[in-house]
Design a protein around this ligand. Structure first.
Ligand SMILES: Nc1ncnc2c1ncn2[C@@H]1O[C@H](COP(=O)(O)OP(=O)(O)O)[C@@H](O)[C@H]1O
Ligand SMILES: [Mg+2]
Length: 360
């Protein structure tokens, strides 16, 4: 017998095994990691359940992740897909429309998964689709004309469109989304074994106590308490403008924490693929030993907190700091280069100025 990939073998990884893997790459977010691990486990059990007549007892365990920018929503989903060795695609809900309007049809979303699976239908049918920005497709009945009212355009229609793929049924998907849409080139895909992970910030709901985290950002030595201050309720999500049917198809819900300074510090250095490790490895190839002082790391983290981008911009900031070094590295073989706090702060300030940012 051929050895099958992890996801199709009978030995399903346990929630603990999934969690342990996520733990290596995802810092903090313990509750989200556990929840996703359980959802993945149930999902795989469900996939393996051979039901006569097609009906399955175990409900789909599609997930809704709620959390601020750069807290790791996409990262968790991607890391899960890596562990399960299944195709993975990221979709932005705001790019889709109800059929007949300008924008992508939801079928294209599954088409992109098929593309990730090298057009292998069976493989795509076990994949993971990450749908970002679902809070931006909320239905808005009132207040639509004030400020951020654009989210209601077609929002309800997109939710309706997504319903059919979330619930699991056969749809017709363009066979090669990278090529021009050709109506004759489509293939039937059953979405019932695809795991959907939806995500949104729901920032209007002010779930995270910003005042608190800001107060700590300035000295005081205290640690930022980036914990969820208000758990979101089903009613809030409905009031926000998510359709009951849409929410019903995302039964597993979890809130991520706002990442605080200690977690951002660890994200910089701890995961095997962390950005600091990556830069050190790059420069090692030039025979250069690159070191960051504790202060330098702290400057990067503070800058991220100031920008409210969570972990999202850590890479950009490190890139900015290492710019010159990357250029010179091949000529500095044998050197040890230490980035200290002052250097890091200076480069980050210059970067902020260049970006036309007068804040702080
Ligand atoms: N909790 C975390 N642990 C480790 N890395 C993280 C975490 N959160 C974010 N990152 C890093 O920041 C990047 C952006 O995060 P992302 O998952 O896209 O945030 P979100 O989807 O919540 O806006 C990721 O690619 C990852 O490198
Ligand atoms: Mg994201």
């Amino acid at each position: 017998m051929k050895t099958s990939p992890r996801s199709t073998s009978l030995a399903i990884p346990t929630p603990r095994q999934v969690y342990d893997y996520l733990n290596r790459y995802v810092i903090g977010q313990d509750r989200a990691k556990r929840t996703v691990a359980i959802a993945a486990y149930n999902h795989l059990k469900r996939c393996n359940q051979k039901a006569p007549g097609g009906k399955r007892l175990i409900k789909k365990s599609n997930v809704l992740l709620i959390g601020p920018t750069g807290s790791g929503k996409t990262h968790i989903a991607r890391t899960l897909a890596e562990f399960l060795e299944v195709p993975f695609t990221v979709a932005d809900a705001t790019e889709y429309t109800e059929a007949g309007y300008y924008g992508k049809d939801v079928e294209v979303l599954v088409g992109e998964l098929l593309h990730q699976a090298d057009q292998d239908v069976a493989l795509a049918q076990r994949g993971i689709v990450f749908i970002d920005e679902v809070d931006k497709i909320a239905r808005r009945s009132q207040g639509a004309r004030t400020g951020a009212g654009s989210r209601d355009i077609g929002g309800e229609g997109v939710q309706q469109g997504l319903l059919k793929i979330l619930e699991g049924r056969e749809i017709f998907v363009p066979l090669n989304v990278t090529q021009h849409w050709n109506k004759h080139d489509f293939v039937a895909i059953d979405t019932q074994d695809i795991l959907f992970i939806a995500a949104g910030t729901f920032s209007d709901l002010r779930l995270y106590d910003d005042a608190k985290s800001r107060a700590v950002g300035f000295g005081s030595g205290g640690e930022q308490t980036g914990k969820v201050s208000r758990p979101i309720t089903e009613k809030q999500l409905l009031d926000y403008g998510l359709l009951a049917e849409f929410l019903g198809r995302l039964p597993v819900r979890v809130q991520l924490d706002q990442l605080a300074e200690p977690e951002l510090m660890r994200i910089l250095t701890v995961p095997p693929d962390s950005v600091i490790r990556e830069y050190q490895a790059l420069l090692k190839m030039d025979g250069v030993d690159l070191q960051f002082s504790e202060d330098a790391l702290r400057e990067i983290v503070r800058f991220s907190v100031r920008k409210h981008t969570g972990a999202r911009s850590l890479r950009t900031f490190v890139e900015e700091i290492c710019h010159e070094i990357m250029f010179e590295a091949p000529e500095r073989r044998g050197d040890t280069i230490v980035i200290d706090g002052k250097t890091a702060a200076r480069r980050l300030e210059a970067f902020a100025e260049a970006a036309g940012d007068s804040e702080g």
